[in-house]
Write a protein that binds this ligand. Structure first.
Ligand code: OSB
Ligand code: MG
Length: 379
């Protein structure tokens, strides 16, 4: 639960804006989900009667291949089931109540919650540390997630440069059809254990692919993120029995605290990649983070190629995970030709300082240039 002071902070919604943006990426990115060339984002902007503004980002994909949500659907959901139910005089508690009635659509609900949250925290002086019961760290270690490679040479170059740039963890996308020779070729780069390596299969291994999964377990003693489809915990248990060394990080599979507790009870989760959007937003993330700490489940913050708006919120959560080796929160320059906040998120020797970005300004000029659609609702 978020603190009552924050939940009851009076909000006066003057206008809600929904912005659909398309940010060109620096490079395309391929994974077990598909290939992406640009980052489509739905930004929710809350304008309070006192002039305070709040932004939230819906970071689901444009297609339903990571989760059921997809961007055009998200927009329609907000327009049909959220916009008509918001009222001028409200508070975060009322907003969470109306969002809770909507089943699923976590990334979408998180965007609306984040926009209202930003206004409520500005008006009330709230700090996340009040509910996470810890003091935040100032420097957050970050890792990089690298997509499928064309060949050995490209793989070696990309991993070597990422290590040279200072990233604290290299995450490699894998799938049942990747060429294992490429990953064998990378082995020497990780032998000294200076920079840990992890794999992410995005749920792409099925029952017939367990041998191939076993290759990664044997070749590298590394965590594998979401090896099996998120709705097949039965296959996960089969794989764990066959490869006792298999250590699994959950991503797609954990959309709520119940999913986490189920995997934990089954002894089938070694760590959690927490994406605040995937679990429905800030209130849910606070509960999950507190629960991970209570149960000793290692946790780190993941990403969905967020723009600066979503990234800064994710970075704030990362401040409360002092034991995490690295988060999937690379600097703005890694992803986009231009980000939509100022200052850009920067990394120095694999570290990001989240406090520098909490009071970011959204770049209205850039957003306008990248805008595909804009809808406004006055209250
Ligand atoms: O599986 O973690 C994932 C991006 C989009 C969708 C799913 C995933 C990812 C990443 C990106 O791996 C990590 C990042 O934002 O740097
Ligand atoms: Mg993942």
């Amino acid at each position: 639960m978020l603190s009552l002071q924050l939940l009851h902070q009076p909000l006066q919604l003057a206008r809600l804006e929904l912005l659909v943006l398309d940010l060109p990426q620096k490079a395309s990115f391929a994974s077990g989900i598909g290939v992406r060339m640009s980052r489509k984002a739905l930004i929710v902007k809350w304008i309070d009667a006192q002039g305070v503004e709040g932004y939230g980002e819906c970071s689901c994909r444009p297609d339903p291949y990571y989760s059921e949500e997809y961007l055009d659907g998200a927009l329609l959901l907000v327009q049909r089931f959220i916009v008509p139910q918001l009222t001028r005089n409200t508070n975060l508690l009322a907003i969470l109540d109306l969002l809770r009635r909507i089943r699923g659509w976590n990334f979408t609900k998180a965007a609306v919650e984040a926009a209202a949250f930003q206004v409520a925290r500005t008006l009330s002086g709230y700090q996340l540390s009040q509910d996470l019961h810890a003091s935040p760290i100032d420097e957050v270690p970050v890792g990089i997630s690298l997509g499928f490679f064309k060949d050995k040479v490209e793989a070696y170059d990309k991993v070597q440069s990422a290590i040279a740039e200072g990233y604290r963890r290299i995450k490699l996308k894998i799938g049942p059809n990747v060429d294992t020779a490429v990953y064998e070729h990378l082995h020497p780069l990780f032998l000294d254990h200076a920079v840990p390596v992890a794999f992410d299969a995005n749920g792409s291994f099925f029952a017939n692919d367990l041998d191939r999964l076993g290759w990664f377990v044997d070749a590298y003693d590394s965590v594998i993120e979401q090896p099996l489809p998120p709705d097949r915990f039965d296959l996960l248990l089969v794989a764990k029995a066959r490869y006792p060394k298999l250590r699994v990080c959950a991503d797609e599979e954990v959309t709520c605290i119940g999913d986490l507790l189920k995997l934990h009870a089954l002894g089938a989760i070694a760590e959690l990649n927490l994406k605040p959007g995937r679990v429905g937003g800030i209130a849910q993330s606070v509960e999950i983070l507190n629960d991970c700490r209570a149960r000793g489940i290692p946790c780190w913050i993941g990403g969905m190629f967020e723009t600066g708006i979503g990234r800064v919120l994710n970075l704030e959560f990362a401040r409360f995970l002092p034991e995490a080796k690295a988060h999937d929160l690379s600097p703005s320059s890694r992803y986009f030709i231009e980000d939509i906040i100022t200052p850009d998120v920067e990394m120095d020797a694999g570290l990001v300082r989240p406090a520098s970005y909490i009071n970011y300004r959204a770049r209205a000029d850039i957003m306008q240039r990248l805008q595909c659609a804009r809808y406004t609702y006055d209250y």
